[in-house]
Design a protein around this ligand. Structure first.
Ligand code: KG4
Ligand code: ZN
Length: 344
């Protein structure tokens, strides 16, 4: 049937996730495993990630079906994240998804991971009345940092992006310098909340420059230099608790300032947008959300971000993107079975 539930798989990085959504976007089941195996390595190891996806996916699919009290024969389509991401995990996720769809004789919908983040703002309940096109998407995660004009379904224009590190990468690296755990973003935000963001003068990369590209590597280096110059650290020790908190807060303030400047420029390039959307793991950052809320309000625009658990990688956004894609395919009379052969 065309209007039944969609099972979705996300495996492009280190999260292995499965979700089942009703055609109206209601989440019927959600299973997510973060691969803590990476912890001892201080980052994602692609080979470990791919093996873990393969190991966990079949069980997660079964658990999701149980949770939704559905059988595979109730499914109307299967979707999987098909990139960009780590190739091993993507192959595992799309092979499992495609195999399941083929066995069941239902459409397989390949979903672009960035498109899934973009459309997550249109999930029911995120924006009152549904997020209208066109809107500006700020995608800030561990792997991405870019401004995308979302003009409509399948109509995306990249307005600018990072010329070096992704925003989350910068958070993770600075967190590591400060001796915090991995992933560093949430730990750094927590530490920053106890600190004074004006204590250390750090650069705002590219602020005031034309365009809306981002840069974080100079800021990261500036933090490293500031840290190395602290008296206790120069003597071979660690920063004091207040120095560490103030440095974290100053870094977070610099990121907020730089990102707000860049996003402001992107909004200038998109005068017809009435909504600013942030997605990706770093969009979970409260300080950044407040900056973006203020930026949007000053221009008479709305700001929206998915709930925290849907900012980081998840399968719900993949399922929702598939629902939108299937809906449009049907509306335009295309065969949903041919979706996986269409270049997107
Ligand atoms: O979207 P995501 O789960 O995975 C990627 O596609 O990369 O994003 C993960 C990134 C990590 O770098 C993590 O440190 C960062 O998002 N992050 C945060 C926060 N929560 C997660 N960064 C800053 N503040 C947070 N609260
Ligand atoms: Zn992502």
């Amino acid at each position: 049937g065309s209007g039944g539930p969609v099972l979705a798989i996300e495996s492009s990085c280190d999260e292995t996730a499965v979700a089942i959504l009703a055609p109206d976007g209601t989440v019927l089941a959600e299973r997510l495993l973060s691969q803590l195996d990476h912890l001892p390595f201080g980052g994602v190891v692609p080979e470990i990630a791919a093996r873990a996806h393969l190991w966990h996916l079949p069980a997660l699919v079964e658990q999701a079906l149980d949770q939704a009290a559905l059988r595979t024969s109730d499914l109307a389509a299967v979707a999987a994240s098909c990139g960009p991401g780590l190739i091993g995990g993507l192959i595992v996720g799309s092979s499992v998804g495609k195999g399941l769809a083929l066995t069941l004789g239902i459409p397989f919908v390949p979903v672009n991971h960035i498109e899934a983040h973009a459309l997550s703002a249109r999930l029911p309940g995120v924006v009152d009345g549904g997020a209208p096109f066109p809107f500006l998407l700020l995608l800030v995660s561990g792997g991405h940092c870019q401004c995308v004009a979302v003009d409509g379904l399948g109509r995306y224009r990249r307005l600018g992006g990072t010329i070096d590190d992704a925003a989350g990468e910068a958070f993770d690296k600075v967190a590591k310098m400060l001796g915090l755990g991995w992933p560093g973003g949430p730990a750094l935000e927590k530490l920053a909340s106890q600190g004074d963001g004006r204590r250390y003068d750090l650069p705002r990369p590219l602020k005031g420059r034309p365009g809306c590209d981002f840069s974080f590597s100079g800021l990261k280096t500036a933090v490293a230099q500031k840290l190395a110059s602290l008296p206790g650290v120069r003597e071979g020790g660690t920063p004091t608790a207040s120095e560490a908190a103030d440095l974290a807060a100053s870094f977070q303030a610099a990121v907020g300032d730089a990102v707000a400047d860049r996003v402001g420029r992107a909004l200038d390039m998109m005068p017809d947008a009435t909504l600013l959307v942030a997605a990706g793991g770093v969009a979970a950052n409260g300080a950044l959300r407040r900056r973006l809320t203020d930026l949007a309000a000053a221009r008479g625009l709305r700001f929206a971000a998915p709930p925290l658990r849907l900012c980081t990688d998840n399968a719900v956004m993949v399922g929702w993107a598939a629902i939108e894609i299937l809906r449009e395919a049907r509306a335009s009379g295309r065969d949903p079975d041919g979706l996986d052969t269409l270049p997107r």
